[in-house]
Design a protein around this ligand. Structure first.
Ligand SMILES: Cc1cc2nc3c(=O)[nH]c(=O)nc-3n(C[C@H](O)[C@H](O)[C@H](O)COP(=O)(O)OP(=O)(O)OC[C@H]3O[C@@H](n4cnc5c(N)ncnc54)[C@H](O)[C@@H]3O)c2cc1C
Length: 370
């Protein structure tokens, strides 16, 4: 049996590619060494967020967020899609300058972004401490339970005729297809590397490093918080090259639970909980929302973001190949950008005009390290 497309990896990115390509009439096979959504996708926060670290990031997150908002009506209730919006919280007047800059960029991009002064911030999120300067409410951002969304995307691809094989590890990908660990060779017209943090093992030309993160989830406290709340300094943490950083970043879940993040660490292989980082992370959150101290955390976990040197994912043909493509390296935005990635790749494979230019994400781009 041969396929039009073989996708290695059944995280949210591979699943989104499978759904898009099979809906376009291609015969798709998804190969997963473990089980569906057990890699980084299992560890993420599910925040669908517009980000403007670079023009290319703004274009991809904006396009992807639009696709999520269109897709929302089709998601099942267990995908817990919530249009809760994000508030970027400014601690002082200096951060309010960034609020104003961001508001102007977002508005120019057609996104509904409203500046909140100190009083309005406390009115919409009364549990935040007094004395914060204000914030930026980005209304079109949302939250999804990414594990169910991944399952839904894969189920959809299966309805279009795709096959999904779990427990099979790819050891080689090439223009002719995929070779599995047991020697089986699967012929495919096109091969896609969506192997997350392991993508570089199959395609050494893709530079991907692991960036560890911690998350914690509380018991149920309905209405404790209503928006995804992130401190503006998060941007320094997310895009800086410090080997360790934490930021206040919390998310209300439909269950009433609160997801609490986030941390970033480079150069760590162990997936064990680092209690020092966890203390720093919760301590940072208590600075913004002191009453969080009263809540019970029921679970803490870690995950590894697949990071690239310029903070942009690899989407498109891998240099030196005719039919081998990359869909990986999405760092802390892969849930958000999965749908946009899939549409861009489908357009590239089918020779259609993409909705946004694909060039900034091509694996062959000149990469300037951040
Ligand atoms: C703490 C944390 C918080 C995050 N929060 C957010 C957020 O709020 N919003 C957001 O947009 N993103 C967030 N992210 C990032 C997001 O989770 C990732 O970018 C995204 O899940 C990556 O998906 P993926 O499909 O590329 O990778 P993965 O989910 O890792 O999938 C890759 C799959 O490939 C399989 N695989 C690997 N090698 C092979 C092989 N050789 N053969 C077969 N299969 C193989 C793996 O088993 C895995 O299942 C967060 C990440 C972390 C760690």
């Amino acid at each position: 049996m041969s396929y039009d497309v073989a996708i290695v990896g059944a995280g949210i990115v591979g699943a989104a590619c499978a759904a898009s390509l099979s809906a376009s009439g291609l015969r798709v096979l998804v190969l997963e060494s473990n089980d569906i959504a057990t890699g980084t996708t299992a560890a993420g926060m599910g925040h669908i967020v517009l980000m403007d670290d670079s023009e290319a990031q703004l274009a991809l997150t904006g396009y992807s967020r639009k696709l999520w908002n269109e897709f929302a009506g089709e998601l099942p209730p267990e995908a817990e899609y919530e249009h809760c919006g994000t508030i970027w919280v400014a601690a002082d007047e200096e951060e309010m300058l960034e609020v104003r800059r961001k508001q102007s960029v977002y508005t120019e991009h057609g996104s509904d972004a409203v500046i909140l002064d100190a009083q309005s911030l406390r009115a919409v999120e009364p549990k935040l401490r007094e004395g914060l300067a204000g914030g930026l409410l980005v209304k079109d951002d949302s939250v999804v339970y990414q594990l169910c969304a991944t399952r839904f995307l894969l189920d959809r691809s299966v309805r279009y005729g795709a096959k999904v094989r779990t427990g099979v590890r790819a050891v080689k990908i090439s223009d002719d297809g995929v070779t599995l660990e047991d020697g089986e060779v699967i012929a495919a017209g096109v091969t896609i590397n969506a192997a997350g943090t392991a993508a570089g093992e199959l395609s050494p030309e893709l530079k991907i490093v692991k960036r560890k993160g911690h998350l914690a989830i509380t018991e149920r406290y309905p209405n404790f918080v209503r928006h995804q709340l992130i401190e503006l300094s998060y941007l320094k943490s997310a895009h800086g090259s410090d080997s360790e950083s934490v930021a206040f970043n919390i998310q209300p879940r439909r269950t009433g639970q609160i997801l609490l993040g986030s941390s970033r660490q480079f150069g760590i292989e162990s997936d064990e909980i680092d209690f020092d980082i966890l203390r720093q992370m919760t301590g940072r959150a208590f600075e913004y929302m002191p009453n969080l101290k009263m809540l019970s955390i029921v679970r803490v976990w870690t995950g590894f973001r697949p990071a690239t040197p310029d903070n942009l994912p690899y989407i498109g043909k891998i240099a030196g190949y005719e039919n081998t493509y990359a869909a990986c390296g999405h760092e802390g935005l892969g849930i958000t950008t999965s749908l946009g990635t899939a549409e861009l790749l489908t357009s590239a494979i089918l020779g259609r005009k993409p909705a946004i230019p694909i060039e900034p994400y091509l694996p062959s781009r000149t990469i300037t390290e951040h």
